[in-house]
Design a binder for this molecule. Structure first.
Ligand code: ARG
Length: 271
């Protein structure tokens, strides 16, 4: 609880006051419940890059492809607190903030790190979770790349538009391959086209657990932004306040840790 103490309380807004969560209809649905607002259905459209277990990923649930993960659990709670129906759009990570600024999505929840540059483009919520970065390599190379010094000059795989891409740019002699999806980076590692990959710790853990032959080394990339925030269109204070009040509630109820544990289990189960 303590680390969340700084989240400010008293930002509870009445449901229905919110703007910016428009009536936008589209066919990328993964709806939860049916909220009605004076006859019309109010929606909260979330943009995410669902390649990122346990944050957001695809899973067959009851025979149906579904986007799940702890970011999705948080989104459902925000939508519920708003009395809105959640619509999920699976988009390339590097397009998310543009989609937000142009109003095609209301909110971005995608393991988003609150960098200074992003703060200029969109509004960001309070931090809802923290994690470290990891270096993933082929098993045989585990000791070879045990320090950040050893990672210098290697062929590094990262996700396009991510902070990992920025971290890689700061590594001396790095030969960077930027790709749209984490699963593509993993393939490049497996096929020897890159030798190292920088991936968020929890995501790296999920991939190495499920893919034989890949491991996390002892090397620790340094980053300033080790927390995650939710993106909201600049100036939409009502939605920002709503998001922060839901996060405050979830933290005080211990829900986020619960969601992370459940999503990690779901990501690791083959069923
Ligand atoms: N935390 C990193 C960033 O904000 C990577 C996030 C990638 N998220 C995803 N869903 N693929 O740049």
């Amino acid at each position: 609880m303590n680390k969340w103490g700084k989240l400010s309380l008293g930002m509870i807004l009445a449901v229905g006051l919110l703007s910016g969560c428009g009536q936008n209809k589209n066919d990328d649905t993964a709806a939860t419940g049916n909220a009605t607002n004076g006859g019309a259905t109010k929606t909260l459209t979330m943009g995410t890059s669902a390649d990122f277990p346990p944050y957001e990923f695809h899973k067959v649930v009851d025979g149906k492809d579904t986007i799940v993960g702890f970011d999705i659990d948080i989104a459902k709670e925000i939508a519920a607190d708003m009395g809105a129906e959640l619509v999920i759009k699976d988009l390339p990570f590097d397009s998310l903030l543009n989609e937000l600024s142009s109003g095609r999505v209301d909110i971005v929840i995608s393991g988003l790190s609150p960098t200074e540059e992003r703060k200029k483009a969109v509004d960001l919520s309070d931090i809802y979770y923290k994690a470290e970065q990891a270096i993933v390599v082929r098993e045989a190379d585990k000791d070879k790349y045990a320090t950040m010094d050893a990672v210098k000059g290697t062929k590094i795989g990262v996700q396009t538009g991510s902070i990992q891409e920025e971290i890689a740019k700061g590594i001396e002699g790095a030969k960077i391959t930027s790709l749209g999806k984490i699963s593509e980076i993993v393939l490049q590692l497996q096929s020897n086209r890159v030798d190292t990959a920088i991936i968020e710790g929890p995501v790296a853990k999920s991939f190495v657990k499920n893919i034989p032959g890949l491991v996390i080394t002892d090397a620790k990339p340094e980053v300033e932004d080790d927390g995650y925030a939710i993106g909201i269109k600049k100036g939409n204070k009502e939605l920002l306040d709503q998001v922060n009040s839901t996060l405050t509630r979830l933290n005080s109820e211990g829900k986020i840790d619960e969601y992370v544990a459940a999503a990690s289990e779901l990501a690791d189960s083959t069923k």
